[in-house]
Ligand binder design. Sequence first.
Ligand SMILES: [Zn+2]
Length: 259
Amino acid sequence: MDTAQRIPILMYHRVGEPEHPRDIYCIRPEHFSAQMQALARASWCAVSIEDFDAWRRGEKSLPENSFVLTFDDGFTGVFDFAAPTLKKLEWPATVFLVAGKLGGQSDWEVTTEEPMLPHPLMNAAQLRSLSAQGFSLHSHSLLHHDLTKLETSALEQDLRDSRVLITDICGQAPVYLAYPYGRHNEAVRNAAQRAGFTTAFSVESGFNRPTVSAYQIRRLDVFGTDTPAMLLRKIRLGTNDGSLTHLMRYYLHRILRLN
Ligand SMILES: [Zn+2]
């Protein structure tokens, strides 16, 4: 295995119409499509989360320019808009589902500066269709609570119940967890392991090397306002900052280090 290889994981949320210009966690369908085309033209290729995990454990090699695509929460726009785009490219992706809210609304507390309306979440039929297309369906907890605030027993119950509900729909037990709000601590990481999750995904930015901690996998936040050029800079540099200034600083730093 190439230990110098670094795999970026992209994190999306809603695909659809943003509520307001600062609703950066929603990407318009045409922007999502343009981002995917730009990645494909730049020779990036999506691999499944299972293949990524096998690579992390040293059981599989991945081609150069592999990356992983993830969607948090399970909004219907993934089914309506992202899936057709990904089908054309034959790219796999993962949805982290809020298992207790399937077919319902994202009516959990949001931590953005401005209040956000609830949006519809995919139902069982839509999820089975995605699964048949090659999507991987994993857990984003039962009810989207901040897991660091739950008592141990409630925490374990939440995580276990999320696995049962997703297994009922997909016929396969989810083994990957994305922490709601990206919030985790040692108790949460231990509970995730005890509940049967083998790997868990944070929102800390950066690349993943095989040495990355199994319960603190890094992901890059993609915003609805990211142009294809900004996304290419993010995925190349492993940062949430896709600005040109950041790119110049990155190369300047490398040049200074070499001298
Ligand atoms: Zn979420």
